[in-house]
Design a binder for this molecule. Structure first.
Ligand SMILES: *[C@@H]1O[C@H](CO)[C@@H](O)[C@H](O)[C@H]1NC(C)=O
Ligand SMILES: *[C@@H]1O[C@H](CO)[C@@H](O)[C@H](O)[C@H]1NC(C)=O
Ligand SMILES: *[C@@H]1O[C@H](CO)[C@@H](O)[C@H](O)[C@H]1NC(C)=O
Ligand SMILES: *[C@@H]1O[C@H](CO)[C@@H](O)[C@H](O)[C@H]1NC(C)=O
Ligand SMILES: *[C@@H]1O[C@H](CO)[C@@H](O)[C@H](O)[C@H]1NC(C)=O
Ligand SMILES: CC(=O)N[C@H]1CO[C@H](CO)[C@@H](O)[C@@H]1O
Length: 790
């Protein structure tokens, strides 16, 4: 790769060696200026060709070099190098036409200038974090790899600000937060700068505050247990800390971050704190953690009063007592927590409500000592009790007494003396009796009440209801009914009266009855129109107007029975068939006969338009005291009715059913003919009954064997047609529109279909007249059997 160039006549400013007129050509040497083996690109290097003994001679130089572009013919030249200038350099000189030998090759090495790095001392900052605490010392150092031996100058920056030192190290003693920042540096050698180093950040912070922890961390630690106290510095884990400990204001000989206390005693209780030191700087003191040692003394809770049952509104004292702890300055801690509002005390006086029910317990606290928690005592608060007064009877018997018993509800044990109750008694609103037990005897009538009380000040229950107790006087009341009928009918008027005999005392009256309608409290209860609602047992008593707690006993009960049925008397007429000259007797019967009834007697007058009868009072038939009535000289068929009445205003029964007396006498204004004319008939015979007389309207009446009265239903004009059946056996007669009765006939219908009937005329036969009688069977219409003549 030799590359030959001609050295032209030198005109360089160089002094020592010149290519010139040397007589003895010798081997040249190549020198580099500066002579450092490592040259950084950008530096300037002078390359010189020296020919020993050739001074003065006019030499031309030829160069062999790394780069082709050295076209110099002078014996020396300067290059601002780049890495491509690295390589071997050699030269030779020429004078006239003769050349020297080639010099030895000298090697130039050009490398890029190294990048410095910033390091921190002490080294922990380097490894874990570049955090140091204010007050500590740190050295910031600029290191240029491979740049040793060279004469460097340094330039520093923190952030964008140039800082003073020009040396490779920057020592910060007693760092402050203002020393925090990103540090970088660069080096200069001759005229060339390295690049800037990467930024190393230094953080100066105040040292962290340690915390003290207890292990186990339970708030309650018992004496004899083991506990570990530990000092923790956040973020300072790897640093070399020293520790200092305190309990209260006293230093503890302990320098490690944690230590264990076994077999705790009360004296270990206290407020623990610690701090840490690294090199010369201290952290602040930690907060204080309190170790309380619970010692086995155990308080007791007492309730005053100690009644098991406490009522809303009573005052109760709860007290915490620490056995053997007298004299010490305890503070108290209570459950329920609502008692713990400061200042807490060992004793509370509570006027309780039901919400204060529950368990109570306490413990004591003194310095760093806690006692065990007491046993829980249960307070049960019930609602305010009410007194209840009971009397064994409502009236004080003559010469006797009444027992009053005051009990409390709710209460399970109000009678046990330990419950503390006393009983307060009142008559007519006034206290009349010293405080006693639950039961007293009184012999005086009055309005009594009671209540319970206990405690100091006295806590009273609600008052009882009042109970009236009367003194009985010997007068006896009697209930009477006016009128004194046993059975009363709806609508009747009756008076229930309470009568008290003896003395001229004035009375108020009280009634007791189980009737639906109650009697007013007056001596006389007049019922104007009775109904079954007035039925019941009635009794009464009197209360003296002058002394309201003196009463008679109750009268005997009197039963008033009011029937809602209207009574209907039953009339009997005797005889049924008239016989000449005999009188007719009517008899009227009321269901519950009593003295009070009088009787009314009527004759029935046919009234065809009404399909019934109207009634006409019989002579002297009004209000007879007798229940029978006699009619003389009656010759015609007639109907009768009766009813009864009593009281004032008079109460009337219904009319009785009509009853009849029949005449067989055909010589009357009206008569009845029967066709066929015979008394007995077969079943299913056609029989017609015809009314005869000077009348236009008729009805045919039938009075059956069973006592039923009916009218013929199939009547045309004055003729009633019947197809006989057994029920047609009856007495028949006619009644005219103007009130005439005909004679009456018997008709019988044969019961046994196969038997014969007697054929005889329906009307009586006149004495001395002849009559034919025959027997007939149903199949055989007329079959003469016998003949009779009178
Ligand atoms: C009073 O009444 C209560 C409740 O009925 C009863 O338990 C108590 O035995 C009575 N006292 C006496 C002394 O009769
Ligand atoms: C009804 O009172 C009278 C006196 O007025 C009396 O003679 C009769 O015995 C009393 N009858 C009844 C049932 O009380
Ligand atoms: C009234 O009481 C009596 C006796 O207990 C009873 O026989 C009667 O039926 C009662 N009357 C009414 C209306 O309750
Ligand atoms: C109807 O029969 C009764 C008895 O059965 C008798 O007393 C009465 O005299 C008879 N009347 C006539 C009109 O035959
Ligand atoms: C029927 O009655 C009318 C009027 O009452 C009378 O004029 C007439 O004479 C009577 N006839 C007989 C037959 O009795
Ligand atoms: C050594 C040598 O030959 N030198 C000669 C070079 O040329 C000059 C003139 O051109 C001579 O004078 C030298 O003697």
């Amino acid at each position: 790769m030799g590359h030959s160039l001609l050295c032209m006549m030198g005109f360089f400013l160089l002094s020592t060696v010149i290519c010139g007129n040397a007589e003895v050509p010798s081997k040249p040497t190549v020198t580099l200026q500066p002579s450092w083996t490592q040259i950084y690109s950008g530096e300037t290097v002078t390359v010189r060709c020296e020919i020993q003994g050739g001074e003065g001679a006019q030499w031309t130089c030829e160069w062999r070099a790394a780069k082709l572009n050295i076209r110099e013919t002078s014996n020396e030249h300067s290059i601002t190098v780049t890495e491509s200038d690295s390589g071997g350099y050699s030269c030779r000189g020429r004078r006239n036409s003769s050349w020297t030998e080639w010099s030895d090759t000298i090697t130039l090495r050009v490398i890029a200038p190294p990048k410095p790095t910033v390091t921190l001392q002490p080294s922990w900052t380097q490894i874990y974090s570049s955090v140091i605490y204010s007050g500590e010392t740190v050295t910031v150092r600029c290191e240029i790899q491979g740049g040793e031996g060279a004469q460097w100058t340094y330039e520093w920056r923190r952030g964008q600000v140039n800082i003073r030192p020009t040396s490779s190290e920057y020592r910060i003693s007693r760092a402050t937060e203002s020393d925090s920042g990103g540090y970088r540096c660069r080096g200069r050698r001759s005229s060339s700068w390295t690049e800037w180093s990467d930024i190393t950040t230094l953080t100066v912070s105040s040292p962290p505050k340690p915390t003290v922890t207890l292990q186990p961390s339970w708030t309650q630690i018992y004496s004899g247990e083991t506990v570990t106290v530990r000092c923790e510095i956040q973020g300072g884990e790897r640093a070399q800390w020293m520790y200092e400990w305190r309990r209260g204001q006293k230093n503890i000989h302990e320098t490690s971050s944690e230590y264990t206390i076994s077999r705790l005693t009360e004296s270990h209780g206290g407020g623990y704190s610690c701090r840490g030191r690294r090199s010369s700087s201290w952290t602040e003191w930690s907060d204080i953690i309190t170790l309380r040692v619970t010692v086995p003394s155990k308080p007791t809770v007492t309730l005053q009063p100690s009644w098991t049952q406490i009522y809303s509104g009573e005052t109760v004292t709860v007290r915490c007592e620490i056995q053997g702890g007298e004299g010490a300055q305890w503070t108290y801690e209570w459950r329920p927590a609502k008692l713990n509002t400061p200042p807490t005390s060992n004793e509370y006086r509570i006027t309780v409500t039901q919400s204060d029910s529950g368990g109570y317990s306490c413990r004591g606290r003194r310095d760093y000592v806690l006692t065990y928690l007491s046993e829980t005592i249960t307070l049960t608060v019930s609602s305010k009790p009410k007194a209840e007064l009971r009397a064994d009877r409502t009236a004080v018997p003559v010469g006797g007494s009444v027992t009053l018993n005051c009990s409390l509800t709710p209460s399970s044990s109000s009678s046990s003396p330990s419950s503390g109750w006393k009983y307060y008694w009142y008559r007519d609103g006034k206290s009349f009796q010293p405080v006693t037990n639950e039961q007293i005897s009184v012999s005086e009538g009055g309005l009594y009440s009671c209540r319970g009380g206990r405690g100091e000040p006295v806590y009273y229950t609600e008052d009882s209801e009042s109970v009236r107790t009367d003194t009985t006087v010997s007068n006896r009341p009697v209930v009477t009914l006016y009128p004194n009928w046993s059975e009363i009918y709806r609508g009747e008027t009756i008076t229930v009266r309470c009568e008290i005999h003896g003395g001229d005392t004035e009375w108020d009256y009280e009634w007791e009855t189980n009737s639906t309608i109650k009697a007013p409290n007056q001596n006389e209860y007049r019922i104007r129109s009775a109904s079954s609602s007035n039925s019941g047992n009635y009794r009464c008593k009197g209360r003296m107007k002058s002394s309201q707690h003196k009463t008679t006993e109750w009268s005997d009960s009197v039963t008033l029975t009011v029937s809602d049925n209207k009574p209907r008397p039953v009339l009997t007429v005797s005889p049924s068939w008239l016989s000449p000259g005999a009188s007719v007797t009517l008899n009227c019967q009321v269901e519950h006969p009593s003295a009070g009834w009088s009787f009314y007697w009527y004759k029935a007058v046919p009234d065809l338009s009404e399909k019934s009868s109207s009634y006409e009072l019989l002579p002297d038939g009004s209000g007879t005291a007798q229940d029978s009535y006699i009619i003389h000289g009656q010759t015609h068929t007639a109907g009768y009715v009766c009813r009864a009445g009593r009281g004032d205003p008079e109460y009337h029964t219904d009319h009785s059913q009509p009853k009849f007396v029949w005449s067989a006498d055909v010589h009357s204004a009206a008569s009845l003919t029967v066709s066929p004319d015979r008394v007995q008939h077969f079943t299913s015979d056609s029989v017609s009954l015809t009314c005869e007389g000077n009348f236009t309207e008729w009805r045919v009446r039938k009075f059956s064997e069973d006592g039923r009265l009916s009218d013929c239903r199939r009547i045309t004009g004055s003729t009633c047609s019947i197809i006989t059946s057994k029920s047609d056996t009856a007495v028949y007669w006619c009644e005219s529109g103007s009130g005439e009765f005909s004679s009456a006939v018997n008709i019988t219908v044969q019961n046994d279909g196969n038997g014969p009937i007697l054929v005889s005329p329906v009307h009586p036969v006149t004495e001395g007249a002849s009559v034919s009688l025959s027997c007939s069977l149903k199949t055989q219409k007329y079959f003469p059997m016998c003949f009779l003549s009178q």
